[in-house]
Design a protein around this ligand. Structure first.
Ligand code: EPZ
Length: 447
């Protein structure tokens, strides 16, 4: 199993190019299923979840070609209405549920397996999808979710535009309802929609392909049904969360870095919190530079919220950074039931942090110590990298495949910024050991 070894204490310096947004890419790639033509999508982050979505599309009959690094063409003309992808692929990531909305919208019926993704306190029942189902049913579909499969059907007919009020602000349900509505008859109005930049990115992609999605980025989205989407090209938005993660990494080491290829406006919800803590933030076009204004960061309180609030996907990273700050901080997780599974890992490194319901209380200290720890999920794993960079001594992080589901070239990017991070691969060591044993045996029989 792959692991990361980090020797902490190196200040990060230099510039890092931010990749396309994983959470936009997985939606846009699934949206290609609606296109009766070929689309070229650029700035696709080559990360685990994106690979999974592409495998699902391939199973469904989409011809995918890598035309250049991070750039792919998707030819969706040959998909059959009854295509079903392997069940295990759906279970590998959350965003597989976008195939549901896209194929239901295109063919009026679909069968997919239950999606997977990080577990934030919902146990075996999985994260809820009731709002997705509400959206599909409002458009006329019948939905059945049982035995690990989700079947939605309008008997192969086009869905009918409708008005839907989302009971909770949900990125996934907003995107899935848009996907289902794009080729429907009439107009769909989604109220209490999610405002996240990746919802806007998805709408921009669809509009470029010929859809009529209006109001994305506001809480009311109107989808005017069209007959067909044609091909075209599109470039995925830069990743707000990846950029925020690097800014936290730099701050944890007392370094100065520039994140390039970002939309600074999308980072305000993160950079304003970093400023409160004593990080100087400078914007220059599509670059943001961070450095420290003081020797030790200051404590602060953080509460996650849907965009433009502080993103839940930055909660583990900011909590970890607060472990290195002076004073007591409170972090409230208001989006997911339990996204604090990683606190135990921080405690193993000497952090003084405790959980009470949806709150974590962090007693700041500068004394994180390297230890063997686990990436409990994608963003928590990135947070463990932050902890390792700030800690004294060696930190070995296992289960890093979870980190690589969403961060492109993390190790290489960090090395270029001066981090002392290496990949440790148990399998290679076993292979190396068997090579040595093999060589010894060959030497023995030769003797
Ligand atoms: C997306 O998940 C992201 N994933 C998550 O990022 C992110 O944490 C989340 O949005 C919130 O920003 C992708 O985009 C692939 P939601 P999603 O539906 O769409 C409740 C990462 O690390 N809810 O916005 O699944 C739900 O329980 C991942 O990259 C319902 O009650 O999240 C939660 O409390 C992790 N019913 C809240 O809404 C529903 O039908 C927000 O969830 C759907 C959601």
């Amino acid at each position: 199993m792959k692991q990361y070894d980090i020797i902490g204490g190196e200040k990060l310096t230099g510039e890092v190019d931010i990749s396309g947004t994983k959470n936009a890419a997985v939606a846009v790639i699934a949206a290609a299923l609606l296109v009766d033509g070929v689309c070229y999508i650029d700035n696709i982050p080559e990360v685990g979840d994106v690979t999974t979505i592409m495998e699902i599309l391939s199973d469904l009959g989409v011809v995918i070609t890598r035309v250049a690094p991070n750039s792919y063409s998707f030819d969706c003309r040959a998909i059959k209405p009854d295509s079903v992808a392997r069940a295990e692929l759906y279970g590998k990531c959350r965003a597989s549920y976008y195939v549901l909305g896209a194929l239901l919208g295109r063919f009026g019926k679909v069968t997919v397996a239950t999606p997977g993704g990080c577990d934030f306190g919902y146990g075996t029942s999985g994260r809820p999808i009731d709002q997705h189902i509400k959206g599909f049913e409002a458009l006329g579909a019948e939905v059945e979710h049982s035995g690990g499969w989700i079947r939605a059907t309008n008997n192969g007919s086009r869905l009918q535009g409708s008005r839907i009020y989302m009971d909770v602000v949900s990125v996934g349900a907003t995107i899935n309802t848009i996907l289902a509505a794009v080729l429907s008859e009439g107009t769909t109005i989604i109220e209490n929609a999610a405002l996240e930049p990746h919802v806007v990115d998805l709408a921009n992609f669809l509009n470029k392909m010929g859809a009529a999605v209006r109001g994305a980025g506001s809480s009311t989205i109107r989808v005017y049904g069209v007959d067909r989407l044609i091909g075209g090209d599109y470039s995925i938005l830069p990743d707000q969360i990846e950029a925020g993660t690097y800014l936290c990494m730099a701050a944890a080491t007392g370094g100065r870095i520039t994140v390039r290829n970002v939309v600074p406006r999308h980072l305000y919800c993160i950079t304003s919190k970093l400023s409160d803590m004593g990080v100087r933030i400078e914007e220059n076009g599509d670059c943001v530079t961070s450095s420290l204004t003081r020797k030790r960061l200051k404590s602060t309180n953080v509460k996650t919220a849907p965009y433009p609030g502080f993103p839940t996907d930055m909660q583990p990273q900011i909590t970890t950074l607060l472990c290195t700050a002076e004073g007591t901080s409170k972090v409230t997780e208001a989006v997911w039931d339990n996204r604090f599974q990683y606190l135990e890992q921080l405690q193993n490194m000497g952090a003084i942090v405790s959980q009470s319901g949806r709150d974590a209380v962090v007693e700041g200290s500068m004394n994180l110590t390297g230890a063997p720890i686990i990436a409990t999920d994608l963003r928590a794993g990135a947070a463990m990298v932050i902890a390792g960079l700030a800690a004294e001594g060696v930190t070995r992080i296992s289960d890093v495949w979870k980190i690589e589901r969403g961060y492109e070239d993390l190790v290489e990017k960090l090395r270029r910024l001066g981090a002392n991070i290496t990949i440790h691969n148990d399998i290679e060591i076993v292979d190396m050991a068997s090579d040595i044993i093999g060589a010894d045996k060959r030497a023995e029989s030769a003797a």
